[in-house]
Structures are given as C-alpha cells and as structure tokens.
Design a protein around this ligand. Structure first.
Ligand SMILES: *Cc1c(COP(=O)(O)O)cnc(C)c1O
Length: 361
C-alpha cells in the first residue's frame, strides 16, 4: 500500500542538539546533566537519549521512574537522575537499577537506607534554597548530614538545589548562588566523584558559582534561551511544520473559522493541516500570530481549530496547495509564539502531541 506523508511533523536537528551541548559545556566549564524529562521536551526521549548517550555525560535528568525505565529498556548507558522527590512505589526499582534519586525528606532517607542494605544506593541531597518544591531547608542541613552518616544503605554522591527565578530576578538568584556556595563549603564529600549542581539553563548562562561542578540544562539544549540576550549562542532543535491543504478566495466581510472572524479585505486564504490537536495552541487565535509560508511571514486568521488553521496569503500570490509551512523553528522562535499564547516555550514544546511525527536529521 502507498503510505501518505504526515500532515504535521516536527523536524529534529540532532547536530544542533550536539552543538548546543558543546555551548553548555564551554559556557559553564562544567559537566552537564542533560535534562530529557517529558519526552525530551517533546523531542522524543529515546532518540534524544541515543543521540547524547556517547557524550560521556554523568546523568540524564528525568522526572520519574517510568522515564528512567524507558531509557533502560532502550539500552541507554547514561545513568538516569530522578529530578524531584520519589514516590514510595518507585523506590525499589530505583535502588535495584542503580538510578540516582535526590533525597528530599527524612522518609526517603529511611526508605532508601533500608533498600540499600546489601548494596548502598548512590543518591544526591536536595536542598531548598528558594524553590519551595522539595528538599531540605538550609537550617536542616547539619541534621541531615548526621542522619546520612548513620545510614550505611546510602552513599551520598552529590548535592543540588534549584532556581525558581533565574530568568526573572537576578538579585534573588545571585543571593541564592551565594547561599548555596556557603552551604556547600560546610560539606566534606566522602565519595568521588561528588556532583554539586544548581544551574538550570538560565543559571548556567548568567551566573557563577565557586562550588558547582555540574549544570542541569534542559531548554538550552533544545536551542532556546530563557534569556533572549543569549539566544544567538544556540540553535533551535525542533521545527514544527505542515502543508497547505487548500487555497480559498474569499470576499471582504466573509467569516473565517469558528466564531466567524470577518475578513477585512478581499482575501486569499490558505488552510494548513494542523491545529490544537497537534499542540498548536488555540490561545494563539487573535494575537497577531504569524506562520512562515515559503519563508514569508503570513498572519493567522480567525481561531485555531483542532486539525486546521487558516492564514492570509493575499500578499503571497505564488503559494500553492502542498507548500510547506513552518509554525516555529530557527526563523520563527517558539519563544515568540509562547509570548503570544501567554505561555512559556517549555510548555509549548512539551504539548506537541503524538500525532505530530518526529523526523530526525
Ligand atoms: C526541568 C529542570 C531543569 C531544567 O530546566 P531548564 O530551565 O529547562 O534548563 C533543571 N533542574 C530541575 C530540577 C528541573 O526540574
């Protein structure tokens, strides 16, 4: 049987990914934990892990045991690090597979200590220096370290904290780095290597620590900077694409899409085969959103529907049915769409649905 090509697809540029990793390395001067949670920010967990598996990274950052298991099942050698507190039901598998959890509570320490009776669990300590999402408060640090000394089932192999406002509040973030560094100075690592980490993408790009030896970028690896002034350093990895399915000539005043947004002039409109069912946000409707048709920016008309959108190609008379359309990519950043959609690039990338075929280059 003949097989049709997809209506909407995401081109994933793996050489851009590797280039961005080099930027992360050289800019930070540190080892890199590649954060590949949430299907590698929509880029595909296993293909992205395979592309980075030979880069000698100490960890892949994942959200939970199920993501770590997908890596294991795909034969990935890089060790998964579970970002965030673990559920009791995940811990047996984490210990058995020697994945690295971060310890966020005394309950986790007790449980992993028991699970590590025969072979100690290598784990990091999570400190809460301002995120309020898990981890021990600075005032608890001495008690936690005492507790860990008395927990032979756990090998403490690192310590980390997280930044809530690295792209919003430089003053708070700078003080967080200073606090973290001063806390680390009190710790005498017993295991080698001992990983000390604080920076996400924005932290890596804009802040300096005297103590950290590992950074945890996510968004940056996918070629998007949370801080616009650093965007030129990196290249977007994903381009979301579709095609024109039909071209219509419609008179001024005619309605377009659900809600019947009226046309302001006699128009040539192109219907494109993708919508919010592919993860193209409906909230982009009526926000002066643009798409690239044959490299030219054309305005979105009316509301985004589940499977189709309509754009104004009146000023682009040469376009035809079947022509390629870019919704976002290197020339039109997903960051621009996120602003219009009142969202963030992290959310737009992770909500691209499975109907969009990922194509790796
Ligand atoms: C998701 C996550 C990151 C990556 O953040 P980016 O802003 O995408 O670089 C780093 N650390 C932790 C703990 C995370 O949950």
């Amino acid at each position: 049987m003949p097989q049709s090509s997809p209506r909407a697809w995401a081109e994933i540029d793996l050489s851009a990914l590797k280039n961005n990793l080099q930027v992360a390395r050289s800019h930070s001067g540190q080892e890199i934990m590649a954060v590949i949670k949430a299907d590698a920010y929509g880029h595909g967990l296993v293909p992205i892990a395979k592309a980075l598996d030979h880069e000698k990274l100490p960890f892949f950052g994942v959200a939970n045991a199920a993501e770590a298991r997908q890596l294991h099942d795909a034969g990935i050698g890089t060790r998964p690090y579970i970002l965030g507190a673990t559920l009791p039901s995940e811990r047996e598998e984490i210990a058995a597979r020697a994945w690295t959890p971060c310890l966020c509570s005394f309950e986790e320490i007790d449980h992993f200590n028991r699970l590590g009776q025969h072979r100690p669990v290598s784990a990091h300590l999570a400190l809460d220096t301002g995120m309020g999402r898990g981890g021990f408060l600075p005032a608890q640090l001495n008690a936690v370290l005492e507790k860990l000394k008395a927990s032979p089932g756990i090998t403490l192999s690192g310590i980390g904290s997280h930044l809530p406002v690295a792209d919003e509040d430089p003053q708070f973030t700078t003080s967080q780095f200073q606090l973290f560094d001063s806390l680390i100075a009190k710790i005498h690592p017993s295991s080698q290597p001992f990983h000390i980490h604080l920076g996400n993408s924005a932290g890596l790009l804009d802040y300096q620590s005297q103590q950290t030896n590992l950074a945890r970028p996510g968004l940056l690896l996918y070629g998007l900077s949370p801080l616009p002034e650093h965007q030129a350093l990196i290249q977007p990895v994903m381009a979301l694409k579709s095609r024109i399915s039909v071209i219509n000539h419609l008179p001024a005043g005619h309605g377009v899409s659900y809600g019947r947004t009226p046309l302001r002039r006699d128009s040539i409109t192109a219907v494109i085969g993708l919508g919010y069912g592919d993860g193209y946000p409906r909230s982009l409707s009526g926000k002066n959103t643009e798409v690239l048709v044959n490299g030219t920016r054309c305005p979105l008309l009316g509301r985004v529907t589940m499977d189709q959108i309509i754009v104004d190609v009146t000023d682009l008379p040469d376009c035809q049915t079947g022509d390629e359309v870019t919704l976002f990519g290197k020339e039109l950043l997903v960051t621009e769409l996120a602003q219009k959609a009142d969202s963030i690039p992290w959310e737009l990338l992770t909500q691209i649905t499975p109907r969009v075929q990922r194509i790796y280059r």
